[in-house]
Design a protein around this ligand. Sequence first.
Ligand code: 5GP
Length: 115
Amino acid sequence: MMDETIFDKIIAKKIPADLVYEDEDILAFKDINPQAPVHVLVIPKKKIGRFAELGHQSTNFIAKYFIGISKVAEHLGLEKDGYRVIFNNGEDAGQEVEYIHAHILAGRRLQWPPG
Ligand code: 5GP
């Protein structure tokens, strides 16, 4: 059993989060330390630890998760001006929470390459 993370607690409603979208497969909520005017995290309700584990998941799980991320961006009305989706995987990428999460960033011109 993986350790309980802050995102497990958000799913279990043990701690609050500013939810922006929810369906049976995913939960989306505002990042507590936003790096852009829009900074939302999207997690699957079925936990996996990180992006690298996607290779061991069913295509159904992956499809629902990725479709969900796209739906969140659509729900937030981000298509017109654009947005970025980021997965930090592991230490060098700065992953802090061992519960897979997509960052959706938008609302300003984003730098490329990222730092
Ligand atoms: P990572 O660095 O693992 O890719 O991103 C973790 C993200 O979770 C960070 O952007 C951080 O600000 C966010 N975060 C950490 N703790 C909390 C929390 O309790 N609530 C919310 N909404 N976001 C959090």
